[in-house]
Design a protein around this ligand. Structure first.
Ligand SMILES: Nc1ncnc2c1ncn2[C@@H]1O[C@H](COP(=O)(O)OP(=O)(O)OP(=O)(O)O)[C@@H](O)[C@H]1O
Ligand SMILES: [Mg+2]
Length: 489
C-alpha cells in the first residue's frame, strides 16, 4: 500500500509543510465526502514543469451514498485531457465546477475542483465527483448538507480547513450519518437530521424545533460556543442516565470568522457499556490472580508447618525448597493482580523475587549482594510464571553453592542482567563464587533445580540455556518473547 507521503515524495515537488497540510486534510475529509454524498480525490501536479498532469494522492468514498469508483485510483496519473477542470483550478487558484466523463469510462459526472490552500499558495486540488443523475430524493437534508459541504469547500480554498493539527479527532468521532445538526452564526438551529433528532430524544430533549437557539433547547450550548470562539472543533460526551452521546461541534468559518457550526452526534451507549464490561472483566482477572497468590501463600505456610515437625534434614530441606518455589510463583501472581491486560513488566517480578531470596538468607556469615542490570520490559503473563521459576532456581543456586565460605567481608555478588530485544529476552545470572564443579555438564546435571530450569527453558519456553564456569558461574538464558497484540476495544 502506497501512502500519501510516499506517493508525494516520489511524484511531486511538495514541500514538507504542504505535504503535512494534505495529510491533515485527508485525515479529516470524511465529513466532506459524507455531506456531499460524493467520491473525493486528492490530486497534486507531477514534479517538474509538468503542471498539466496530476497524480491521485488519496481517494475516499462516501458512507452516505454510492461510489462512482469501484477501482482504486490512488497512484494513477490524470492528464489535462481527462480533467481539464483540475488544471484550471490549479492555475487559477479558484473553485471550478463542470461536467466531465468519469475516469476510465464514458459516463459523465459532475466535478468540483477545490484548490487546497496553505498560507498563500495552493498545494493540491480536492476533487469531488458525483453523479449527474441523482438518485437521491432532494429534501431539506440533501440541500442543507450540500450547503454545508460548499461552506467547508470554501474553507479548504481559504486555508482554514483542515483545522490546525492540534485538533486531534477522537477515533470514535461521530460521522455525518450518525446524526448532524446545522447551526447559523447565532447558534440557531437550521436543521437536524432524523438520527440527530432521535439522539436528542434519547437524552430527554423533545422540544426541538428548527429556528430555536441551542440554549432554548437546553443542549450542548457550551461546547458549541467554545468551538465558535476558539474556531476549533470541540468534542464532548453527554451522559443522561444510561445513554451516552458523543458530540463534535465543528465551527464553520468564512474569511476566518465563525458563520455557523455543524454538530455531529453519535450514540456511544453500547460502546461505553462494552468498555465497562471489558473493565470489569479485567478487574475479575486481577481478582483471580490475587486469590491464586493468597492460596499459594497458604500452601507455602502449610509446608512450613509440616517442615518444622520433621526430624530428617533431607526432608526438611526438600520442603524448604518446595516452599521457596511456590513463593516465587506467588510473586508472579501478585504482580499480575496489580497490572491490567495480558502483559506484565518482568522487572516488577525480578526485584521482589530477589528480595525474597535475600530475606531467606538468615545466617549473618552468608552475606550476598544482589544487583539488577538492564530491563526486561513487558512480557506475556503466560511466560512470566515459568521465567520467574527459572530465575528463582538460578539465584538460589548461586546463593546455595557459589559461596561455601565467606572470602570477601562484603559477601558474594550476584548480578542479574536483563536484555530485551524485539523478539527475545536474554537473562544472565552471574556470581563471583567458586565456579562450577570439575567436569560439570549441564545436560548431565541431576539436581532437581537445574532439571526444572532446563525443562522450562528448552521445553515450555522454547529457549536456550548455557552455563559456564571460570571466574565464578555464569548462566545465559534466552527465550523468545512475542507480545500479544493489544486487544481491540
Ligand atoms: N552458581 C553456582 N555456583 C557453583 N555451583 C553451582 C552453581 N549453580 C549450580 N551449581 C552446581 O550444579 C549442581 C546442580 O544444581 P541444581 O540446582 O540442579 O541442584 P541443587 O541446587 O544441588 O539442588 P536443588 O536445586 O534441587 O535444591 C549444584 O549442586 C552445584 O554443584
Ligand atoms: Mg539448586
Amino acid at each position: 500500500m502506497r501512502t500519501l507521503g510516499e506517493l508525494a515524495l516520489r511524484h511531486t515537488d511538495l514541500k514538507v509543510g504542504d505535504l503535512e497540510h494534505l495529510q491533515s486534510l485527508v485525515s479529516s475529509w470524511r465529513i466532506l465526502a459524507d455531506l456531499s454524498f460524493s467520491d473525493l480525490l486528492l490530486m497534486a501536479p507531477l514534479s517538474g514543469d509538468d503542471t498539466e498532469r496530476f497524480v491521485v494522492l488519496a481517494q475516499l468514498r462516501p458512507t452516505t451514498g454510492q461510489t462512482l469508483y469501484a477501482t482504486d485510483l490512488v497512484g494513477s496519473v490524470v492528464g489535462e485531457a481527462e480533467r481539464p477542470l483540475v488544471a484550471k483550478a490549479w492555475r487559477s487558484g479558484t473553485l471550478v465546477v463542470g461536467d466531465a466523463p468519469i475516469l476510465g469510462s464514458a459516463e459523465r459526472v459532475r466535478v468540483h475542483c477545490i484548490p487546497v490552500r496553505r498560507r498563500d499558495h495552493v498545494v493540491g486540488i480536492l476533487v469531488r465527483e458525483s453523479t449527474t443523475r441523482s438518485t437521491r430524493r432532494h429534501g431539506d437534508l440533501e440541500r442543507i448538507y450540500q450547503e454545508t459541504f460548499d461552506h467547508l469547500a470554501r474553507m479548504v480554498a481559504e486555508g482554514t480547513f483542515p483545522f490546525p493539527s492540534y485538533d486531534v479527532e477522537p477515533q470514535e468521532s461521530p460521522r455525518v450519518g450518525d446524526g448532524a445538526i446545522v447551526l447559523d452564526a447565532t447558534a440557531r438551529i437550521r436543521f437536524a437530521s432524523p438520527n440527530a433528532v432521535s439522539h436528542l430524544h434519547r437524552i430527554g430533549i423533545h422540544a426541538y424545533t428548527p429556528g430555536l437557539q441551542l440554549a432554548e433547547v437546553g443542549f450542548a450550548e457550551e461546547a458549541v460556543m467554545t468551538a465558535l470562539s476558539v474556531k476549533l472543533p470541540v468534542t464532548e460526551e453527554i451522559e443522561r442516565g444510561e445513554t451516552s452521546i458523543l458530540l463534535r461541534a465543528i465551527p464553520l468559518l468564512g474569511g476566518g470568522e465563525p458563520t455557523g457550526a455543524l454538530i455531529l452526534l453519535r450514540d456511544v451507549t453500547d460502546l461505553r457499556s462494552r468498555d465497562r464490561m471489558l473493565l470489569s472483566k479485567d478487574a475479575t482477572i486481577r481478582e483471580i490472580h490475587h486469590r491464586v497468590k493468597n492460596n499459594l501463600q497458604t500452601i507455602a505456610a502449610l509446608l512450613r508447618l509440616q517442615r518444622r515437625r520433621l526430624r530428617s534434614d533431607e526432608s526438611r530441606q526438600a520442603l524448604l525448597e518446595s516452599e521457596r518455589r511456590i513463593r516465587s510463583i506467588a510473586i508472579v501472581h501478585e504482580t499480575l493482580a496489580r497490572e491490567p491486560g495480558g502483559a506484565v513488566r518482568f522487572d516488577d517480578i525480578v526485584r521482589p523475587l530477589l528480595r525474597a531470596v535475600e530475606e531467606a538468607l538468615t545466617s549473618p556469615d552468608r552475606r550476598v549482594r544482589f544487583e539488577v542490570k538492564g530491563t526486561a520490559g513487558e512480557i506475556p503473563d503466560g511466560i512470566a510464571t515459568p521465567l520467574a521459576v527459572v530465575l528463582n532456581e538460578l539465584v538460589q543456586n548461586a546463593v546455595d553453592h557459589a559461596f561455601p565460605e565467606p572470602r570477601d567481608p562484603l559477601g558474594g555478588r550476584v548480578v542479574v542482567e536483563l536484555n530485551r530485544t524485539d523478539g527475545t529476552l536474554a537473562l544472565d545470572v552471574s556470581d563471583d563464587g567458586i565456579g562450577l564443579p570439575e567436569g560439570f555438564v549441564l545436560e548431565d546435571a541431576t539436581g532437581l533445580g537445574l532439571t526444572i530450569v532446563q525443562a522450562l527453558v528448552t521445553g515450555e519456553l522454547g529457549g536456550t540455556i548455557e552455563m559456564s564456569g571460570g571466574d565464578g558461574t555464569h548462566v545465559h538464558v534466552e527465550v523468545p518473547v512475542a507480545l500479544p497484540e493489544p486487544t481491540a476495544p
